[in-house]
Design a protein around this ligand. Sequence first.
Ligand SMILES: [Zn+2]
Ligand SMILES: [Zn+2]
Length: 319
Amino acid sequence: MMEGTLCSRCKRRKAIIEIRYLNERLCRECFVSFFEKRVRRTIRRYELLDPKDVVAVALSGGKDSMVLLHILKKLSKKAPRSKLFAIIIDEGIGGPRRKGIEGAMSFCDDLGIEYHLYTFKEELGLDINGIMERASKLKNPMPACSYCGVFRRQLLNQKARELGATKLATGHNLDDECQTALMNFIRGDVSRIARAGAVVGVIKDPLFVPKIKPLRESPEEEIQVYAELSSLPVLGSACPYAGDAFRKQMREILSRLERRYPGTRYQLLGSVDNLIPLLSMREEGEKPRLCEVCGEITSGEECKSCAMRRELGLRPADL
Ligand SMILES: [Zn+2]
Ligand SMILES: [Zn+2]
C-alpha cells in the first residue's frame, strides 16, 4: 500500500507509515520528528515537567516505558538541572518477562541512566506465583493482573518517594487511556474519571509522588514503530496470566471504531479532559485521601494494596 508513496511532509523520501487520522503518509525522518514533537507538546500542554524535577521512570521493559525513557533522556540534555532515573519492578513471573527486565537493565546501562531494581519476593515476601497460590485459597480471589497492578503501583510510589523523585513517569499511551476511560464510563466510576488525566495525584502531600504520562497522546501502534526505528531493545514481555478480559474488549471496540472513524481515540481523550474539571468540582467535597499505612490514594482509611496485603497475609507496607 505504501509502495513508492512519497512522504506527505518532505515530499522527497519514501513514506513508511500511514497516519490515518491526519490523512498523511510519513517517511522515517518526518515520522520520528513528528512523534517526538508530540511528546514534547504533551509535556508542555499539561505542564508535566519542571526544569528542576527529579524524574523516576517506571520501567517495565515493554515498548512503552522504553520509548518513554529514551525520549526523556533526549529531553534531559536540554534541561541539565533535571535528574532522571529508572525504577524496575520484578514481579517474579519469569520466562519472557524476565528477558524484558534484563533488557530494561541493559538499556539503562547503555543510556548511562541509574536504575533501581525491586522484587515482589523481597518487598512483599512472595513473588506473583506465590501470591496467586495464596489467593486461590481466598473466598473471592482476584485475577493475577489485579494483584500485580495494585502492588506495582504501591511499590513504585513508595520507592520513587524514598529515592527523592518529584515526579513518577509512566508509559501509559493513548490506547491505555482510552480503554481506561471507556471502562470507567461503563462502570459509572465518576471519581476515577475525575482522577484520570495527564497528571495523576494533584494532591499535595509529601507521601504521594505525582504521576505523569508523557505518552498519553501517542497511539500504541506508533510507539511500536518508533521503538523499531530507534532500535530499542524491546524484548517479549508477554505475561502468562490472562490479562483483564474487560480491558481486552474495550481494546477491540476501540480499534474497530478507530479503523472506521480515524481520530476516535483523540476525540474520546478530549471528552475526558473536558469532563475532568467538572467532575473534580463535584468531587471537591470528597477529595481522595491518602492511605494511613502507605500513602497511596484511597477512598477509605486503608488503600486497596494494603487491604490485599492483609487478606493475603503478606507483610504490611512500611512507610
Ligand atoms: Zn518526510
Ligand atoms: Zn496503603
